[in-house]
Write a protein that binds this ligand. Structure first.
Ligand code: SAM
Length: 408
């Protein structure tokens, strides 16, 4: 799936990591990353090489000048930049990255989070595909947490007879209502302003849509909300999108330049001493260190992942009984390095053929989720072959927490 966003000259770009390159001949090269592939020619390799480190479009175009024999070749090569960007092989490090880490979870009143969700084209398109595969004409569909109304609208377009768009944030419920009116879907979709737990129905629903997956995947109470809706509002043979949520932990090394944004490091303290002639060293007390940071998995291409993703839980939403989890498992280190973070990613199985993933090797470049990275109390030097016990806990008060201990 490709996105077309016209690039401006100061747009920063970087080659996405983990591209598989199949070189058949200079005129036949296939790039693959996750579920994306791009049959092209060998000239793209120059573009991927130039953008190994982040560069603006203008800088990249200038650098490509040295790679071509004449101006025509140069112009053709520069066109590859847009093609690679549209197909997600060049990504925008700022858009995909840590600048988005400041959004508070659960702040659905303002436009920002809804903008990011609608701009996450892959998210919207995979939900649309799953809705088209699942919703049958004549169905009653509940969209729990409709936000701007996008999934409810897709369900109506897929042939649902009646859709109830449930939204507890009053301002968003009103906006969704306007969206349905503008798109002439208001005869099919009705808005329920309130919490899904307050909705009562005379007839039971065929399908529940529940895109209430947080940055810390369970933080929007998807388990209890869906459990209640399944018990009271869904037909026994009814379907849920997503029907399964898999949680993973990824032990990794957070690069120092990322940690710098979250901690009062020596570097900052030295800079501030030079700039303001003030000693801020007391700010670096370990007490103030956060228990976690948030970072977009789409911008972790150059990070050191120390083991395979560790499956923490596979939650069938129709069958879950409670919201708290405690999971004990083990993992083996595949790469020697410093373990200073454990990122929590998810895979949501939306329908038989559609799974949405925030695992770094599968996540789409435009992904808007900013994953929680739990920080251990002390960083651990780990060696290939080492084994660790891992305990994952989730509760609504403290969210996800992870502890690791050497099995020795
Ligand atoms: C992650 S957003 C998804 C919005 C929209 N479905 C989309 O896909 O763009 C979740 C929305 O669900 C709403 N929400 C979460 N839990 C809810 C509940 N129990 N009842 C009603 N609304 C809920 C939030 O206010 C928010 O607008």
């Amino acid at each position: 799936m490709s996105t077309h966003v016209p690039l401006s000259s100061n747009h920063k770009l970087q080659t996405v990591s983990g591209i598989k390159i199949s070189y058949v001949s200079s005129s036949k090269v296939v790039l693959e990353k996750g579920e994306r592939d791009f049959p092209t020619d060998a000239s793209v390799l120059a573009v991927l090489f130039i953008f190994q480190n982040p560069k603006s479009l203008a800088e990249g175009i200038e650098a490509l000048n040295g790679w071509t024999k004449n101006k025509i070749e140069w112009i053709q090569l520069t066109q590859k930049i847009q093609e690679l960007y549209d197909r997600g092989f060049l990504v925008d490090p700022e858009y995909a990255g840590a600048l988005l880490t400041q959004v508070a979870p659960g702040s659905f009143e303002g436009p920002e989070v809804h903008l990011r969700m609608l701009n996450d084209k892959m998210r919207c398109q995979v939900f649309q595909k799953a809705i088209q595969e699942t919703v049958q004409s004549g169905d009653l569909v509940l969209d729990i947490g409709t936000g701007t109304g996008i999934l409810a609208a897709m369900a109506a377009q897929a042939g649902a007879n009646r859709v109830i768009a449930i939204e507890r944030v009053s301002a968003m419920a009103k906006k969704a209502e306007m969206v349905f009116g503008k798109n002439k879907l208001d005869s099919t979709i009705e808005v329920f302003e309130g919490n899904a737990s307050q909705l009562e129905l005379k007839e039971k629903a065929d399908v529940i849509l529940a895109e209430i997956i947080g940055n810390d995947p369970l933080e929007e109470n998807i388990l209890t909300t869906v459990m209640d809706a399944v018990n009271r509002l869904l037909k026994p043979e009814g379907k849920i999108i997503p029907h399964t949520l898999k949680l993973f932990a990824l032990p990794l090394t957070i690069p120092s330049e990322v940690l710098e944004r979250h901690f009062f490091t020596e570097n900052h303290i030295q800079n501030w001493k030079n700039w303001y002639q003030l000693d801020f060293s007391s700010l670096s007390e370990p007490l103030d260190h956060p228990s976690h940071i948030l970072h977009n998995p789409a911008s972790t291409q150059n990070w050191n992942f120390l083991s395979e993703p560790i499956l923490l839980a596979e939650l069938l939403l129709k069958k879950t009984k409670g919201s708290d989890l405690e999971v004990k498992t083990q993992f083996e280190v595949k790469k020697t390095g410093l373990l200073n973070g454990l990122m929590i990613c998810f895979e949501a199985v939306l329908s038989p053929s559609v799974t949405l993933s925030t695992l770094p090797e599968k996540v789409s470049p435009g992904n808007h989720w900013i994953s929680k990275i739990c920080l251990p109390n002390t960083s651990l030097k780990v060696n290939q072959g080492d084994t660790f016990d891992l305990t994952y806990r989730y509760d609504a008060d403290q969210g996800s927490r992870i502890e690791v201990h050497s099995t020795k």
